[in-house]
Ligand binder design. Structure first.
Ligand SMILES: Cc1cc2nc3c(=O)[nH]c(=O)nc-3n(C[C@H](O)[C@H](O)[C@H](O)COP(=O)(O)O)c2cc1C
Length: 187
C-alpha cells in the first residue's frame, strides 16, 4: 500500500511555501493529500493568487477544514505522516493542547497519537511566551518544530530560489532524496 503524505495548510503567512512544497512532492512522485483551513484559503488567494482548486494540479485530493468525517480524522488512514506548512500560532496551540476543532487539527492530533511524523512549519514573529510554550509542548508530544526561517548561505538570487531551497531541505528532512539540492561544501 502506498503511504501518502498529508499536507496541512493554515492561514499563517507563507502560502508560497505550501505551493512550492506540493510542486516538489509532485516532481518527486510522492503521493499526497491536502487539508486546508478556512483562513488558509484566504491567505493563499492573497499571497499567490491561487484558489484551493488550483492546488489540484499538484495534489490528488483537498479536504476542507469542516470535513470532520474525512479519512484524515482517523488513525486507520494510511498516511506516512503530516507536514503543516505554513503552521499558524492558532493551529500550533490546538496541536499543543490536544484541542482539535477542525479536520486539520484533528489530523495532526491523530499523527501524534499514532506516533507518526508531524512537522510544523511555524510562522510568526516575534513569538510571545504562549507561542514558545506551545512549541515546547508540541515538541515534547513528538512533533518537529521546523520554523519557516529561510537561509542565505546558498545565496538565493530571488524569493523563488529561497522558497525552493527551504522546501527541498524540508523534503530531505522527511527522508526524501532531492536531486539537485545545492549542498554546503565549505567556505
Ligand atoms: C495575510 C495574513 C497573514 C497572516 N499571517 C500569520 C502568521 O504569519 N502567523 C500566524 O500565526 N497567523 C497569521 N495570520 C492569522 C491567521 O490566519 C489566523 O490566526 C487564523 O485564525 C488561523 O487559523 P488556522 O490556523 O485555522 O488557519 C495571518 C492572517 C492573514 C490574513
Amino acid at each position: 500500500m502506498e503511504r501518502k503524505l498529508l499536507v496541512g495548510i493554515t492561514g499563517a503567512s507563507g502560502a508560497p511555501y505550501a505551493v512550492a512544497f506540493l510542486k516538489l512532492l509532485k516532481r518527486l512522485g510522492i503521493g499526497n493529500q491536502v487539508v486546508i483551513s478556512r483562513a488558509a484559503e484566504e491567505v493563499l488567494r492573497h499571497e499567490t493568487g491561487l484558489s484551493p482548486e488550483d492546488l489540484l494540479r499538484f495534489t490528488e485530493r483537498i479536504f476542507r477544514e469542516d470535513e470532520l468525517s474525512a479519512p484524515p480524522a482517523s488513525g486507520s488512514a494510511p498516511y506516512r505522516g503530516m507536514v503543516i506548512i505554513p503552521c499558524s500560532m492558532g493551529t500550533l496551540s490546538a496541536v499543543a493542547r490536544g484541542a482539535a476543532r477542525n479536520l486539520l487539527q484533528r489530523a495532526a492530533d491523530v499523527m501524534l497519537k499514532e506516533r507518526k511524523p508531524l512537522v510544523l512549519v511555524v510562522r510568526e514573529t516575534p513569538f510571545n511566551l504562549i507561542h514558545l510554550r506551545n512549541m515546547l509542548a508540541a515538541a515534547e508530544a513528538g512533533a518537529t518544530i521546523y520554523p519557516a526561517m529561510p537561509a542565505f548561505y546558498h545565496r538565493p538570487r530571488d524569493l523563488q530560489e529561497m522558497v525552493e531551497f527551504f522546501v527541498q531541505r524540508l523534503a530531505e528532512f522527511l527522508g526524501l532524496e532531492v536531486q539537485g539540492l545545492r549542498r554546503w561544501e565549505g567556505l
